[in-house]
Design a protein around this ligand. Structure first.
Ligand SMILES: Cc1ncc(COP(=O)(O)O)c(C=O)c1O
Length: 336
């Protein structure tokens, strides 16, 4: 059989030969001493791209999000977010289990940010009866929302309100590069509308490991302590940062290709193309287990989100021919 076409996630990519060379040639040092040149370069570069003072290389998006939220909320305070947010769905209750943070969720319209809906739920820090809302977490693009790009107007509205209200904003930007390429909005424009933000190198950008948490220099100093406490103080991890630097040089603009592939899949499978904003296609009202099994038998892997929902994610390890073959297999199984 031909090579497997893995559309389960953009996390499945393997480093390209060029990326592997960059990793092999990385200049490294002990990052716990702050002496790894590749890591220092990556942190500075991502912080600048995001319009923040400082950055911290962390092993995963989960660590970036959880430390990011802890920087802006104290134990016993709450973080408000939408009910389908990654931070409360897939991060194993870390906010509560590790940091003593309370989370409260608001049901959204398919993950789309509705600033007013969140704002009306905020509980003040000055009422001794209520759990204080310290921060709001926003996800862009939204994973369970099928890769949707958050509307700039809503982000701006939330940010403007938050400054007066004294409520912080954390951005889960695991796929912020996809949002940037799809919308043309600068990363720093998104970044400046958050007190803390985590961006991933190991999703669409194709690096094997790593995320960068950005914020003020003071907060990142505290984040460094938390990373060490959690066992995330890595040593010559510049080999990983080098993959991230390579990805920033070579894999950002090409995300447009993944987005085009997602639209192509949608078209072939009769999915409303307007629902495809970045690199994900959601197939609703389909027999997910049957479809996933049937596709697998033909060398195509897809994600079952629920019994009736399947998700396809395009990425740099699946080229146009692979997308066309996947579309043929899925169209046949769905009789479309
Ligand atoms: C939106 C979002 N945030 C955070 C993460 C966490 O990233 P990691 O798997 O590196 O912990 C993911 C992972 O897929 C994600 O989709």
């Amino acid at each position: 059989m031909d090579k497997l076409i893995d559309l389960r996630s953009d996390t499945v990519t393997r480093p390209t030969p060029g990326m592997r060379r960059a990793m092999a040639e990385a200049e490294v040092g002990d990052d716990v001493y702050g002496e790894d040149p590749a890591i220092n370069a990556l942190e500075e570069r991502v912080a600048a791209l995001m319009g923040h003072e400082a950055g911290l290389f962390v092993p995963s998006g989960t660590m970036g999000n959880q430390i990011g939220m802890r920087l802006v909320a104290e134990p016993g305070q709450e973080v408000l977010c939408d009910a389908d947010a990654h931070v409360v769905t897939y991060e194993m209750g870390a906010a509560a289990a590790v940091f003593g943070l309370s989370t409260r969720t608001v049901v959204s319209d398919g993950g789309r940010l509705d600033a007013d809906r969140l704002i009306t739920q905020v509980r003040p820090k000055t009422d001794w009866h209520l759990t204080a809302t310290a921060a709001i977490a926003v996800e862009n693009t939204h994973n369970r929302g099928g890769g949707l790009v958050q509307p700039l107007g809503e982000l701006q509205k939330l940010w403007n309100w938050s400054r007066d209200a004294g409520v912080a904003v954390h951005l889960d930007g695991a796929r912020l590069f996809n949002a940037h390429v799809a919308s043309g909005v600068e990363l720093a424009t998104y970044g400046r509308m958050a007190d803390t933000a985590s961006v991933c190198l190991s999703k669409g950008l194709g690096a094997p490991v790593g995320s960068v948490l950005v914020s003020s220099a003071e907060r990142i100093g505290i984040a460094r302590l938390w990373r060490k406490r959690l066992g995330g103080g890595m040593r010559q991890a510049g080999v990983l940062a080098a993959a991230g630097l390579y990805a920033l040089d070579h894999h950002v603009e090409r995300l447009a290709e993944d987005h085009e592939h997602a639209r192509l899949l949608a078209k072939r499978l009769g999915v409303d193309e307007s629902t495809v904003e970045t690199n994900m296609v959601v197939l609703d009202d389909v027999p997910a287990p049957m479809l996933a099994e049937g596709a697998k038998a033909h060398g195509v892997l897809v994600s079952q989100v629920s019994a009736r929902r399947v998700r396809l994610v395009t990425h740099l390890d699946v080229d146009r021919a692979g997308i066309e073959r996947a579309a043929d297999v899925l169209a046949e199984l769905l009789d479309r």
